[in-house]
Design a protein around this ligand. Structure first.
Ligand code: BGC
Length: 422
């Protein structure tokens, strides 16, 4: 039986408690995207294709109804560029109307829409003409962001331009190395932890983010624009502090530096990465791992928030836009999230300006190549698409409704942790 902390950190009015998804992972049949093309290439390196995903393209009203009924007040979802602009320069009015209905649907239900414009997938035409390295990539992305303003209207405040640019730059470098190492077969014959994100792609992404953010603010001054970074929570072994700082710079900090003039920064944390003087270390022997093979390490969230605050600066508010665990054991999801939230509460108590917590993920979904790692608060039947909230969804929804985070003891308050059995 799980032991639950009864210590509480009360949340300010307006704190966003909710859950996140992305379009490609939940909608299904994202056929004009680059990833759909890759998934459906004969002999693809991806073990499973996204197919119908969770059919959220049609079932989004049900997803939002559930989130509201569970007690949540916010929903992060993404607009799919490949649907809005399936061919270069040709906007789909139907797709714009679809996402506009989602924004209005969220508001009608009392859910704050947090909208991402690019979550890993690009239109196929964009990738085929050079992706982020094409000379006019920033211009193309900015034109799409301008078109997206019609979707966002006056109802959206929080807009994320690009999700995890650091992962995009890393995947680019990994693909290049894989094609060198495997002669184009995509076979991986190198250590992915040692790969450095592509510097040119990094530069292009920072440029595209800034240009799109400017265009969005110009379109509507109420938009709060930021981007969301994959926080790696690098931990040095004694003596490896400088090596870690050097390792972290191109993989994370450069993307945090780029957020210093933004309206907010998205923190996305799941696990930690330990490093010695000679580089990345494996997950410690005997440590619990999750369905993604990552170390079970709920402290990652609090540590990521503290690091982000240090690097970006205290003046930029933080939204936790992703945090969660891939597990088939929902009790473990509650344990993990409870501890992660206690770390978040401690960071907030120490002064971090955190405006929201959006759990990854609202639904079990397509985890970029496989349906096996289940991150969802809500289970989805792959054949009927029936949604079933898990106990964790009810547990987290109740925290949202009651407006507090579970909070462990801190040095600051010195109170003993009051524990009750549930
Ligand atoms: C991504 C999500 C992904 C999650 C778990 C983040 O990197 O933004 O799309 O599903 O982590 O891997």
């Amino acid at each position: 039986m799980a032991v639950r902390s009864a210590a509480r950190y009360p949340l300010a009015d307006g704190f966003l408690m909710g859950a996140s998804t992305s379009a490609h992972q939940t909608e299904g049949n994202n056929i004009s995207s680059d990833l759909w093309a890759l998934e459906n290439t004969p002999g693809s390196v991806l073990p499973e294709r996204s197919g119908d995903a969770a059919d959220s393209f049609h079932r989004w009203p049900e997803d939002m109804d559930l989130l509201r009924e569970l007690g949540f007040g916010a929903y992060r979802f993404s607009v799919e560029w490949a649907r809005v602009e399936p061919e270069e320069g040709r906007l789909s009015r139907a797709a714009i109307a679809h996402y506009r209905a989602m924004v209005l649907g969220a508001r009608e239900r009392g859910l704050e829409p947090v909208v991402t414009l690019h979550h890993f997938t690009s239109p196929r035409w964009f990738s085929e003409r050079g992706g982020w390295l094409a000379e006019d990539a920033a211009e193309r992305f900015t034109a799409y962001a301008r078109a997206a303003a019609e979707i966002l209207g006056d109802e959206v405040r929080y807009v994320a331009t690009i999700n995890e640019p650091n992962m995009l730059a890393l995947v680019h470098a990994m693909r290049r190395q894989a094609s060198r190492a495997g002669g184009g077969t995509g076979a991986v014959a190198f250590d992915p932890a040692a790969v450095v994100p592509d510097e040119q792609v990094t530069h292009a992404l920072v440029g595209a983010h800034r240009a799109a953010a400017g265009a969005l603010r110009e379109a509507n001054s109420r938009y709060l624009v930021g981007w969301t970074v994959a926080n790696q929570v690098y931990q040095p072994e004694p003596g490896a502090e400088d090596a870690v700082a050097a390792h972290r710079l191109p993989r994370e900090d450069v993307f945090l530096h780029a957020a210093r003039d933004d309206d907010w920064i998205g923190v996305q944390a799941y696990t930690r990465h330990r490093l010695g003087a000679d580089g990345p270390l494996p997950v410690p022997d005997g440590a619990e791992t999750t369905l993604t093979g990552w170390e079970y390490y709920p402290e990652a969230l609090g540590e990521a928030v503290r690091h982000t605050r240090r690097v970006v600066g205290e003046h930029v508010p933080i939204l936790v836009t992703e945090n969660g665990i891939a597990t088939g054991d929902d009790r473990r999801r509650i344990d993990y999230t409870e501890q992660a939230l206690a770390g978040l509460a401690a960071a907030m108590r120490d002064g971090a300006d955190v405006r929201g917590y959006l759990h990854w993920s609202a639904l079990d979904n397509y985890e970029w190549g496989s349906y096996r790692p289940t991150f969802g608060l809500i289970a989805v039947d792959p054949h009927t698409f029936a949604r079933t909230p898990k106990p964790s969804a009810h547990w987290l929804g109740a925290l949202a409704r009651e407006g507090y985070l579970p909070a462990g003891p801190t040095a600051a308050d010195g109170n003993p942790l009051v524990r009750t059995l549930v």
